[in-house]
Every structure is written in C-alpha cells, then in structure tokens.
Design a protein around this ligand. Structure first.
Ligand code: ADP
Ligand code: MG
Length: 383
C-alpha cells in the first residue's frame, strides 16, 4: 500500500516521468503548488501542495473552517489564490476563469435552475458550448441514465426530492465530459440513509466514468467509504494524505486519529527504541510500538476501540499483549456493537465489542481487563 505524508510527497517529481516510479500510480492531472489564500490577515489556505492523479477519487476531509471549500473554489477558478501555482496537465491554470477550465462542478448552493426542466438543466452546459441539437439530446439522456433520472427528464426541479435534485445536478456536471469533477459536500443536505445510497452511486459513477473526482466533505465515514485517497485538512493545511485504510490504521497525529473514527489516546513513557519502533512501558510491561516518531520522552498512543477486548480472567501476559486493569463505567448498545466505557489504570478507555462475539455482555461496575495486542497500538504526534 502506498501513502503520502506531508513533506514527503512526490511533488517535485515531473508529472509524466513514470520511469523511475516503483508504484503503478496514474500520472498527475492537477498539481497544486504552494497555494495560499488570505482574507486580510486571516489565512484560509496555508501553503498547500497536492498532486491529484488522473482518474482518482480524492476527498478533502476536515472540520468546518479548515479551508476545504476555499481550496476547491480555487481549483474551480471562482477564488483567486493569493500565492502559488496550479498546474492542469502541466499548464498553469491559476489565471484562467472557471469557464476556461472546463471542470464539472457540484457545489453547495449551486442549485438547479428552478425555471428549467430536468432536461434543460442538464442540457445547459452543452447549449452554452453550442453543441448541435441531436448531440445535446443524446448526451443529456445518457447523463440522466447514468444517474437513474431518465424517466424524470420532463419534470421541473421543484417536483423532485432532494436526492433526485442532487442526481440531476450530478448529471449536469458530467454531461460535457469534463476531465475533472469538483464536488463540495454534494450529499450534505440529504438525510443519512439517502446519503449512504448516494455515496455508493457516486462511487459507481466514478468507476464507470473514470473521471477524476475531487470531493469535499466533513464526514469521515463518507470520505473513507468513497475515496481512493483522503486529504485530511486542519486550519488551512494538509495534515495527512493517504488511502483510507492507511490513514485510519496509521494516523500521523492525534488530531487525525480522533477525526477519523473513534480512538483511545493514551500516554506512556518511551524507554528505548528498537528498529524504528518506540519501546513503551505500559501496564507493567514493555512493548515495541510502531508510529510516526521514535523520539524519546512521553509517547502519545492511539488504539482503536475495536482492537480492545474485554476479559474477566486475569491475563497470562503473553508476549505482545497489553492488559489494562479497570472497571466498566458504562455500556451503550449501538446495534452491531457494544460501546464499553472503562476506567483503567492508564485512564479512560472505550472498547467496541461485537454483539455477536461477546459471550458475556459487560455491565457497569464489572472488574475487567481491557486487552489489546501491542501491534494495535500506534504512536502519534501529540498535535
Ligand atoms: P471549510 O469549507 O473547510 O468549512 P472554508 O474554506 O469555507 O472552510 O473557510 C476557511 C476559512 O476561511 C474560514 O475561517 C472562513 O471563515 C474563511 N473564509 C472563507 N471564505 C471567506 C471570505 N470570502 N472572506 C473571508 N473569510 C473567508
Ligand atoms: Mg465548506
């Protein structure tokens, strides 16, 4: 699995030079180089470098205000960068207005034209491009078919549900075969169930078209389920880039560990380093753990709740197993899992136990052992 971290990205490698590349990554289509956007003294986007590869579905994920929309707006051409360059197929597009970039867009508040039918909404980008009538018809119907809205061609937008309107907006964005599709919280206004089904549809559409999708969301589940790569943003900067599974299992910082799913963050002293791993002291044992750094001092450790099991018998302290003594504070049933809140010798810990696997359901007050393998403990930068 390949992953990029800020500071060690291949931004200096020429986009089309594949000869020296070990991995089979597609070529870079859009390259963001040291982009800064300032509003007065406030910095919305702070020196971002990012290579977007041909055909990938890349998601920018971060909390509200982290600069996602501003970055996307700069890609689209609606916002001019204060500093930096943006290369599309090797040429600087930073000075070009949106219509010259030819990117498809599905933006928050970039709604359908209310006075135009579904067909005419989707036809709009083609008519602007002065396409012949028969081409318009063919392309509109094929785009509507892709989003399963062909039967609604004659409807007006107000006669459609929110999910249907978003599908039409998608059709309008892809109808002119753009090389890049930019999507800002495209499912943001929809309810949870509809979101999930449209996430699947968006992913299927991406696979089918092979177009480069750049998506923005603040929803980590959405980012992880849809994307080839996720860019985690915070305060105008990129904090980590990588495949969803890699970011989830190997977060660089405490922020990333907490933002992508739930994480237990524990502290433990580092007593040695061992072949790129920190040896930590925890629960009466010494364990080598992987992670972002091997600096001496106090380690900040992340453990996912699903890697913690709850046991009633004392552990046999076999090598590689960490057992924290504690008691159950609270148990929440969440369908497929129980979330168990524990107070342990290392502090509060949350465990997630599969309902189907746990023979004895923990109850508040139980004296237990929270166990995990040292390989499930990951050292992060405390930031
Ligand atoms: P996100 O999409 O991640 O929520 P935004 O890109 O919308 O974040 O905003 C990033 C920061 O830039 C925020 O602090 C926001 O207030 C600020 N900002 C965005 N647009 C403007 C603007 N037009 N004028 C002033 N500040 C702005
Ligand atoms: Mg936004």
């Amino acid at each position: 699995m390949r992953e990029d971290f800020p500071g060690e990205k291949s931004i200096d490698a020429p986009a089309n030079d594949r000869a020296g590349s070990r991995s089979a990554d597609p070529p870079v289509l859009l390259s963001v180089r040291n982009i800064v956007k300032r509003y007065g003294s406030a910095v919305a986007v702070n020196d971002i470098c990012l290579d977007i590869r041909e055909g990938e579905l890349l998601t920018m994920l971060g909390p509200s205000g982290s600069g996602k929309t501003t970055l996307l707006m700069m890609l689209a051409g609606f916002v001019a960068p204060t500093e930096g360059e943006m290369l599309f197929e090797g040429a600087n597009v930073a000075p070009l207005p949106p219509e010259k970039r030819n990117f498809g867009m599905v933006f928050q508040g970039y709604a359908l034209f209310p006075h135009l039918s579904v067909f005419d909404n989707v036809a709009f980008p083609l008519r602007v491009r002065r396409q012949p009538k028969h081409v318009v018809r063919e392309k509109v119907l094929s785009a509507l078919k892709l989003v399963h809205m062909e039967p609604f061609a004659g409807r007006m937008p107000k006669a459609l549900s929110g999910g249907q309107q978003q599908r039409v907006a998608l059709a309008r964005a892809i109808v002119f075969d753009p090389k890049v599709l930019l999507l800002d919280e495209p499912l943001g206004a929809l309810d949870r169930q509809l979101r999930a089904s449209l996430q699947d549809e968006l992913k299927a559409l991406h696979r089918r078209l092979g177009t480069t999708f750049v998506c923005v969301t603040h929803d980590q589940e959405e980012a992880m389920s849809m994307s080839d790569r996720v860019v985690v943003m915070r305060e105008g900067r990129i904090v980590q880039i990588g495949e969803p599974a890699a970011i989830y299992s190997r977060p660089q910082t405490r922020f990333v560990a907490n933002f992508l799913g739930e994480s237990n963050v524990l502290g433990a002293p580092v007593v040695a380093s061992d072949g790129g791993r920190s040896v930590i002291e925890l629960a009466g044992g010494r364990f080598p753990v992987g992670g972002a750094t091997t600096e001496p001092g106090e380690a900040c450790l992340s453990v996912r709740p699903e890697h913690i099991s709850i046991e009633y018998d004392p552990p046999d302290r076999e090598a590689g197993e960490i057992a924290l003594e504690g008691h159950v504070r609270d148990v929440t049933f969440v369908g497929a899992d129980y979330r168990v809140h524990l107070d342990t010798e290392a502090g509060p810990v949350i465990a997630r136990c599969r309902t189907s696997e746990q023979t004895r359901i923990p109850g508040a007050g139980d004296q237990v052992w929270a166990k995990c393998r040292a390989s499930a403990v990951w050292r992060v930068i405390n930031d």
